[in-house]
Write a protein that binds this ligand. Structure first.
Ligand code: FES
Ligand SMILES: [Fe+2]
Length: 428
């Protein structure tokens, strides 16, 4: 359970809010690179952290993320003409470059300096791993570009998708670190989904429905360990990584690609669920890429323009009661991604955490909230930068390992938590 004021503190990320200030210390995924496929292509509207922005790519291939609205009289620049190294408002022709600087006010006399005094709010936008990242904080605190392994391997080894999720970012994240639900909600899919099937880990997952959770702090967030019984008294450990504030990495299975999420607030009642899929040491196979494109694994089939999933709350997520009854799916909804989203959205846009009854398997969630609250307070009161910004906090991996009962996973799997190029992930 969380006090009302803490629930509000953690779920509100608009400009000037404490949690909004915290989010504005990190690079966040903003768009897929394929949304701006070529120079002078149409601009894209994007809302992030409750700010309405416009992304565009100019004649020289430079990316810009600027205020959506023209400084003259507030027209949406989405209607603009993207030409000759700038975006021109179609109303009266004011023109802006990728930094938001106004470069032309055609109605002013020639030689006028007026346009120099006009600048739209703007944020940097850079490409890493097929994703366009932005940093929305103050320029003097801008960190080095993101170091996540999935964003820095060759493009043949990585693919990301995004989808709209119609609830607050925090309840989506809470689903991501709650690995106890996998044995229930996703049980019917573990052995059939092409990105999850055929590995020993699944058998341990399905064979022990009472996992024991052990959550310990990591440099950038938490290691969330879930322990299940394996052979000969040993334990099968699945260790999820959560890195502040909104990155998770799911423990791997067999030789499959690795995956995880970012949940990026759109506003307080919606978020972008980003899902990455990569392999540290080999290109993704044709089958893997096809499965991702079809919305298998943690991805979900979605409208390519709006990124709203085809199964959504307006059609009850295509609930199939017969499949639910027959055990083909546990909840009646198809696919890991929509199984998660449907239940998280069903809690309402911002769940009332004063009414929860948490149990032992919610320890990861409890500690995550606690770490966030501590970090927000340290940032607000003392200006202390939150964890998760340093490269060393980002060059990490999750792990799945079998350990003897007397070995604490934090020590025994220490090396497996570090992303080292050329080293295969620790996976069962
Ligand atoms: S509103 Fe954009 S130029 Fe007038
Ligand atoms: Fe899930």
């Amino acid at each position: 359970m969380l006090k009302k004021e803490h629930n509000e503190l953690l779920t509100q990320t608009g400009p000037g809010t404490p949690m909004g200030d915290l989010f504005r210390r990190y690079w966040m995924p903003a768009l897929l690179a394929e949304e701006l496929p070529e120079n002078d292509c149409p601009p894209v509207r994007i809302k992030l952290l409750s700010e309405r922005l416009l992304a565009f790519r100019d004649t020289q291939g430079r990316y810009g993320l600027v205020d959506e609205f023209c400084a003259h009289r507030g027209v949406s620049l989405w209607f603009g003409r993207n030409e000759n190294c700038g975006l021109r408002c179609p109303y009266h022709g004011w023109k802006y470059d990728v930094t938001g600087q106004c470069t032309e006010v055609p109605s002013e006399p020639s030689g006028s300096e007026f346009s120099k005094r006009i600048k739209l709010k703007s944020y940097p936008l850079i490409e890493r791993g097929g994703v366009l990242w932005t940093y929305m904080g103050s320029p003097d605190k801008q960190p080095a570009p993101p170091e996540w392994e999935f964003a820095n391997v060759p493009l043949t080894q990585t693919i990301s998708t995004k989808r709209l999720q119609e609830c607050n970012w925090l309840q989506a994240l809470e689903g991501g670190i709650d690995s106890s639900h996998v044995s229930w909600l996703h049980r019917a899919d573990l052995n059939t989904d092409p990105l999850f099937n055929n590995n020993r880990g699944n058998q341990y997952n399905l064979g022990d429905m009472r996992p024991v959770f052990e959550v310990v702090e990591s440099p950038g967030g938490l290691y969330i360990g879930a322990r299940r019984n394996a052979e000969n008294g040993n334990y099968y450990w699945r260790i999820t990584q959560w890195v502040m504030p909104n990155f998770t990495m799911i423990p791997p299975r067999g030789g499959h690609s690795l995956h995880g999420h970012f949940w990026v607030p759109i506003d307080d009642e919606n978020c972008w669920t980003w899902s990455y899929e990569y392999h540290p040491t080999r290109p993704l196979t044709v089958e893997e890429v096809k499965a991702v494109r079809e919305g298998k694994g943690i991805h979900a089939p979605a409208d390519p323009k709006t990124f709203r999933p085809f199964a959504n709350k307006d059609n009850d997520y295509l609930m199939d009661r017969a499949a639910q009854k027959a055990g083909k799916t546990f909840s009646g909804v198809i696919g890991f991604g929509m199984q998660d989203s449907s239940l998280q959205e069903s809690m309402g846009p911002i769940v009332d955490r004063t009414k929860e009854n948490l149990v032992g398997t919610d320890n990861g969630i409890i500690m995550m909230r606690y770490r966030l609250l501590i970090a927000v307070k340290a940032l607000t009161d003392k200006g202390i930068a939150p964890p998760g910004i340093d490269a060393v906090h980002q060059k990490i991996r999750s792990a799945a390992v079998i350990l003897p009962p007397d070995q604490p996973f934090k020590e025994a799997a220490k090396e497996a938590f570090i992303a080292k190029p050329e080293v295969a992930p620790a996976s069962i």
